[in-house]
Design a protein around this ligand. Structure first.
Ligand SMILES: Cc1cc2nc3c(=O)[nH]c(=O)nc-3n(C[C@H](O)[C@H](O)[C@H](O)COP(=O)(O)OP(=O)(O)OC[C@H]3O[C@@H](n4cnc5c(N)ncnc54)[C@H](O)[C@@H]3O)c2cc1C
Length: 423
């Protein structure tokens, strides 16, 4: 991709016709993740659209002028004018292709995409999921000189990357920001030499054949597969939840608490996540009402004490939300008192939901043995009922789901595989 500077912007972009411009930075994992995808797309669409990149820190005045606030940020321009929204963060190849339709005829894009030759890549071990479990397995395998490919639909880090502070991960005297802990885990595994394919679409997985298709054209054939896809937040399943998700309802305090400075919010749940994240939200919000279905909290005692001593936090025990609504700028929660059956209405600014997690298994056929809660059963080597397929971390059947237990699983699976693969 051609690299330009601010002084060339006028000639190359403003007078340059159709341009995709990537504002990138150094030491930026999402920039590294998008770079090979853009190079591949340039080969396909380079005759119609000019693919260019510009170093954000080295061209700060232009970045500020164009209000580019993060890296990477992809701008789609025609004669210097942006033709659609920007893409930033963990950008997928499919998202870039989708936005190119603003610069090219949709049919032409499809014709080009249809002409893409499928490719096949071979690896010893393919790991699905780059949270603590997958990253640890990747690290051990890489250090054992086993060719390993780590695949994630998002950027590496898993649930830890969106946790505000982690205070129970050994080796650190003070609590660590979750994003930093997961960043360090990921960089350690990457530095060892593990191949990363992140922010990709995982379109097909055949566990028997050990084949994974990503971005619709690349098939990764492995000798072993480790499933480390973790969990996603449970939805409550009441009216308004889907409608206002991301628009008044959040599942991530680290991501969204900052938008509720001096505002009132409701937190739903009473386990560790709900109580610890409510404490974090209280740094911003003026009042937090915790709605919990039971008569006491399930969080650990330290977190409970902190919450009970926090003057901004109030509790509604034995209550359940029945519907979420919106009135102007305000969110409305209809809450039922489980004892009296009376329904009251709370008008607040935002809602955070922390009502547990469910395993990410949508991609797999039903050949995997699951426990009664839908988590993958394994033996003591973390191998599933399908030979050569392992499951580690939160996606596996176990009693306690923590970072330390996920990395323990990753360690066990990697060592077991190392003993089986003879390189
Ligand atoms: C709000 C919150 C706070 C927490 N706080 C703590 C704490 O303080 N201390 C602690 O020890 N634990 C904490 N936990 C638990 C901890 O985060 C998990 O136990 C740990 O992250 C599990 O790691 P994992 O690798 O199994 O899965 P995850 O961290 O869930 O990572 C799974 C990865 O798989 C990817 N993925 C999903 N589907 C696919 C697919 N189809 N193909 C490819 N990739 C896929 C995801 O994008 C993700 O990157 C917290 C959890 C939450 C939700």
């Amino acid at each position: 991709m051609k690299e330009i500077t601010a002084s060339e912007f006028e000639a190359e972009v403003v007078k340059g016709g159709k341009v995709l411009l990537d504002f990138y930075s150094t030491e930026c994992p999402p920039c590294e993740a998008i770079a090979p995808k853009l190079e591949g797309l340039e080969k396909l669409f380079g005759e119609e659209v000019k693919f260019m990149k510009i170093f954000r820190q080295g061209n700060r005045d232009l970045s500020d002028k164009l209000a580019v606030k993060g890296s990477p940020t992809l701008l789609f321009l025609e004669d210097g004018k942006e033709v659609c929204g920007r893409l930033s963060g963990g950008v997928k190849r499919s998202e870039v292709v989708r936005e190119l339709r603003h610069l090219m005829d949709k049919k032409d894009i499809q014709t080009i995409m249809d002409s893409v030759e499928p490719t096949v890549t071979h690896t010893d071990v393919a790991i699905l999921g780059a949270g603590p479990g997958g990253l640890t397995a990747g690290l051990y395998l890489c250090q054992a000189k086993i060719d390993t490919t780590l695949i994630d639909i998002a950027l590496p880090g898993g649930n830890v990357s969106t946790t505000h502070m982690v205070s129970n991960y050994p080796g650190f005297i003070d609590p660590q920001p979750g994003y930093l802990l997961s960043h360090n885990m990921s960089e350690q595994t990457k530095k060892c030499g593990t191949t990363y394919k992140v922010a990709v679409d995982v379109t097909q997985v055949d566990l028997d054949k050990k084949e994974i298709v990503i971005d619709e054209f690349e098939t990764i054939k492995a000798k072993k597969i480790i499933i480390a896809t973790g969990t996603s937040p449970n939805r409550i399943g009441i009216p308004g939840e889907l409608e206002y998700k991301g628009n008044g309802i959040s599942y991530c305090a680290t991501c969204d608490a900052k938008y509720f400075h001096d505002k009132e919010v409701v937190v739903i749940g009473g386990g560790n996540s709900a109580i610890e994240e409510a404490d974090f939200i209280s740094k911003f919000a003026s009042k937090i009402t915790i709605i919990h279905q039971f008569d006491k909290l399930q969080a650990n005692k330290v977190a409970q004490e902190k919450a009970f001593n926090n003057p901004k936090i109030e509790f509604k025990f034995e209550h359940e939300p029945r519907a979420f609504k919106k009135e102007g700028d305000k969110m409305v929660v209809e809450v039922e008192d489980l004892k009296t059956k009376k329904v009251e209405t709370l008008k607040i600014d935002g809602i955070f939901v922390f009502t547990g997690q469910k395993p990410n298994l949508d991609l797999f056929d039903n050949a995997l043995d699951l426990d009664q809660w839908g988590y993958i059963k394994t033996n003591e080597d973390m191998e599933t009922n399908i030979e050569g397929v392992y499951a580690v971390g939160d996606v596996g059947s176990k009693k306690y789901r923590q970072i330390t237990t996920a990395i323990a699983d990753g360690t066990i699976a990697a060592i077991a595989i190392t003993k089986e693969i003879d390189n």
